[in-house]
Design a protein. Structure first.
Length: 566
């Protein structure tokens, strides 16, 4: 690694990220709920020109602030409405993240550490995959982590820490940190600042209540966060009143205190998700938790901050009632940092990875590889699986023509080969080669899985419904999902404002029920289509003028035609 000219490394990391993140970015349809939900909000911004208030089905959508939607809408204005544009902001975030991690690692340690951290992040399971998605969290997490990094540098600059070059003033680091956290608040909400404050509070306790940040500077930090996020929160309240913001706050409180839409789970849910989702980094991270050899105070402090961030996020979202996989995705930064720290120490000292670590990498790698190989083989023999499933919807889903070819096993074979080859290098004490093969091999294997396997999964889970919605695009009709939650009807039907639900608040259950009742019983002015699932009980069959048109892979399409005017 040291033979590579340092000035080229950031560009090569961007190029490597582009090769992994950008090709076939728009290949599978967007997934319900989050990907389609956010893309539809952005599409409606483009359709209406209203970038101030996020909308869903052209009704106020107050669950998220607008920054990520602005990024998606900008991509849609450039590349057209579609999957590629919806996922592009996260891919760009990935292209920024890799050289950013390299620059931090190089500043703290050396080129090898920075390069290791970037490659480990890229080649771990969920960290690399999330940059190819259309969910908010990769951009949100990047703003939070970069904001925390500048606050850490502020603390070091204030304390005149040695062993690191800090060329900017205290105020520059403080304002930069506050501005980035403010952007995070604009991306997903005040949870960003809450996480930062919790990290600062834990650090304050650890250093025995020493004032590492003055009260005045913390006020300035807070004011900066509020000022940046207030570019929307404040403007929205001034222009349209506080109703929108009040609904947003109430929704986020409900999300923290209740299980949202059935997203519950046991207390240790996120511990399991992070360990599996961050493989192989999570295996090496475990060793770094307990070893603490550092040459200077800055490196010791950075590890301390990473541990604080890791535990704050894990414990916070373990206490939150809603358990959603990407809630703990901010931990991917400290997990990969700690993994890089352990491996860098071994490389620097010419040491070998112990047998327990090698066995863990081999075992988990073989397990995931086996699953990736078995999944296509199972897909080619789907009748066997159908015979063992009792659920009518899942059973019907498997009728989809996913068009397995057998070539899909290549992803699993590549992952298995990179795992075995890396283990060979580790056992021969060739750590650099082993690290490179393991994580780069992982990255390309997972990319192949995204191209070859994920579209097949999408075919089973939702494509039948999406195909129905696409057939209704541009027609002068109403479309209503009945009995289940989806956003695919709005995005893939390309809902326009003339056909939006005739109500004020789509999230209001009573209003939604009144709207559906009017479509089923009322004097409708245009045809109404209803889509539901075969495992949901509805009253659609009770009406003589509501006709079942077709059933496809567990989804049922009904139609009601308005009475002709005499």
């Amino acid at each position: 690694m040291e033979r590579l000219p340092q000035r080229f490394i950031p560009y090569l990391l961007v190029l490597l990220g582009a090769v992994i993140f950008l090709p076939f970015l728009g290949l599978p349809n967007l997934f319900d709920w989050d990907e389609i939900n956010f893309a539809e909000v952005a599409r409606e911004m483009v359709a209406t020109g209203n970038y101030s208030q996020p909308q869903m089905r052209f009704l106020p959508f107050w669950e998220k602030p607008p920054l990520f939607f602005w990024l998606q809408a900008g991509a849609m204005n450039l590349f057209g409405v579609g999957e590629f544009a919806a996922r592009l902001p996260n891919a760009i975030a990935g292209l920024v993240t890799l050289p950013f991690l390299y620059s931090i690692g190089k500043k703290l340690y050396d080129t090898n550490f920075g390069l290791m951290w970037a490659i480990i992040y890229l080649g771990s399971l969920l960290p690399g995959l999330y940059f190819q998605s259309g969910i908010i969290d990769p951009v949100f997490n990047l703003f939070i982590f970069s904001g925390l990094w500048f606050i850490i540098q502020y603390i070091w600059r204030r304390n005149n820490e040695q062993g690191i070059r800090l060329e900017k003033s205290i105020w520059w680091y403080l304002f930069a940190g506050g501005s980035l956290i403010g952007l995070a608040v604009l991306t997903k909400g005040p949870a960003a600042f809450i996480i930062i404050c919790l990290c600062l509070a834990v650090y304050w306790v650890i250093v025995r209540f020493r004032m590492f940040i003055s009260v005045f500077h913390f006020i300035i930090l807070t004011v900066t966060v509020v000022a940046v996020s207030g570019l929307w929160y404040g403007t929205e309240s001034i222009l349209h009143g506080t109703w929108f913001i009040e609904k947003f706050i109430a929704y986020n409180f409900r999300l923290l205190s209740t299980e949202d839409a059935g997203h519950g789970g046991f207390f240790g849910y996120h511990f399991v998700v992070v360990f599996i989702g961050c493989f192989p980094a999570s295996v090496f991270m475990l060793k770094a938790l307990f070893k603490n050899p550092h040459e200077n105070n800055v490196r010791f402090e950075m590890k301390r901050w990473m541990l604080i961030l890791l535990w704050v996020v894990l414990l916070l979202f373990s206490l939150v009632q809603s358990k959603i996989i990407h809630y703990s995705s901010l931990t991917y930064f400290p997990v990969t940092y700690l993994a890089a720290l352990y491996l860098w120490q071994l490389v620097s000292k010419g040491m070998s990875i112990n047998k327990v670590m090698i066995t863990a990498v081999l075992s988990v790698g073989i397990l995931i590889s086996t699953l990736l190989i078995a999944f296509p083989l199972l897909g080619m023999n789907i009748e066997w699986l159908q015979a063992k499933i009792a659920d009518p919807f899942a059973k019907a889903n498997l009728n989809a023509d996913a068009q397995w070819t057998g070539w899909e096993v290549v992803a699993g074979i590549l992952l298995l080969a990179s795992t075995l080859l890396s283990v060979y290098f580790f056992r021969k004490a060739r750590l650099k080669e082993g690290i490179f093969v393991l994580f780069i091999g992982n990255a390309f294997a997972l990319k192949l899985a995204m191209i070859l396997i994920v579209p097949k999964v999408e075919a089973y889970t939702q494509r039948a419904a999406i195909d129905i919605f696409k057939e209704l695009e541009g027609q002068d009709v109403y479309v209503a999902p009945i009995g289940y939650k989806t956003y695919a009807d709005a995005f893939y039907q390309r809902l326009d404002i003339e056909h939006k639900p005739k109500l004020d608040d789509y999230s209001d259950k009573q209003q939604k029920q009144d709207w559906e009742r009017w479509l089923m019983q009322g004097d409708i002015d245009k045809p109404a289509y209803f889509i539901t699932r075969n495992d949901k009980k509805t009253s659609l069959n009770d009406y003589s003028d509501i006709i079942l048109l077709k059933e496809k892979n567990g989804f049922l399409l009904y139609k009601r035609t308005p009475q002709k005017i005499n």
